[in-house]
Design a protein around this ligand. Structure first.
Ligand code: ZN
Length: 268
């Protein structure tokens, strides 16, 4: 379940110097001054929930397969059975994970009126489950599936049921079409890139969380913010190519750092 954010816990962090107090205050200050903060998140937000970046070959369930080959749109059309053989465990896994304190902190930023929009490349639905509402999911979501023929949308729970009940292990729609997870597969267009670009252009502050800014389109969006005079804050374990342009670049655990920022904003 979601770890509670307690003042006591924060004091422990400060005492042990786990969190850079100065950076916490600076980030909180920048958020407070901003008129249109947009949050941009990547896989690093969900690692604290136990989700590995499944697009990275050589990790977890993809160890023996090339995800580009089995989960591309071409592979789906050619052999939906094989596609679901690899994809179903991923969908089922999401029923066993929970939002973490980073997801929760990001949802609080929206609730408190600071974050105007959230752009995420994560398809795990954890932002929504944590309470974020204004979300652009640039890679789609595993929360639901869409019929390739009539575009009917069903929840992923029903998708799982359909696959399990089907002899061929293929989820068919009443119209005869096949349901596809409502995510962007390799080889497909991004559904809401325009919306993400628009919000990036409007942002006077972009808070980039848990992304190494290597995957398109999250790697291009900060530039739209910078071009219009916006500022960047980057919270990520690894360095990114934009760290030198950021007001603050923080290399801490997002699950600890973001709740600390929320706590400071609450006190102000
Ligand atoms: Zn259909």
């Amino acid at each position: 379940m979601i770890r509670a954010i307690t003042t006591q816990k924060l004091e422990v962090f400060y005492m042990e110097n786990i969190i850079d107090n100065e950076k916490v205050n600076l980030v909180a200050e920048l958020i407070k001054e901003s008129k249109h903060t947009v949050v941009l998140t990547g896989a690093g937000v969900s690692t604290g929930s136990g989700i590995a970046d499944f697009r990275t070959p050589g990790t977890g369930i993809w160890e023996k397969v090339d995800p580009f080959k089995v989960t591309s749109i071409t592979a789906f059309k050619e052999n939906p059975q094989r596609f679901y053989h690899f994809y179903l465990p991923r969908i089922e896994m999401l029923t066993r994970v929970f939002p973490n304190t980073a997801h929760e902190a990001i949802a609080r930023l929206e609730e408190m009126g600071y974050a105007k929009y959230l752009i995420t490349q994560n398809i795990d639905n954890l932002h929504r489950r944590a309470g974020s509402k204004k979300i652009i999911e640039v890679h789609g979501t595993l929360r639901e599936a869409v019929c390739r023929r009539c575009e009917k949308i069903i929840a992923s729970e029903l998708l799982i049921e359909k696959i399990e009940k089907s002899e061929e292990k293929i989820p068919y729609c009443e119209c005869g079409g096949v349901f596809k997870p409502n995510v962007v597969l390799f080889g497909e267009m991004l559904p809401d890139l325009d919306g993400a670009i628009y919000q990036s252009m409007r942002a006077d502050l972009m808070l980039i969380i848990g992304s190494s800014l290597q995957v398109s389109p999250v790697n291009i969006l900060p530039q739209y913010c910078l071009d219009r005079g916006g500022k960047l804050i980057i919270v990520n374990f690894m360095s990114t190519h934009l760290d030198y342009l950021a007001e603050v670049a923080v290399k801490e655990d997002v699950c600890d750092f973001l709740p600390a920022v929320i706590e400071v904003l609450r006190r102000k």
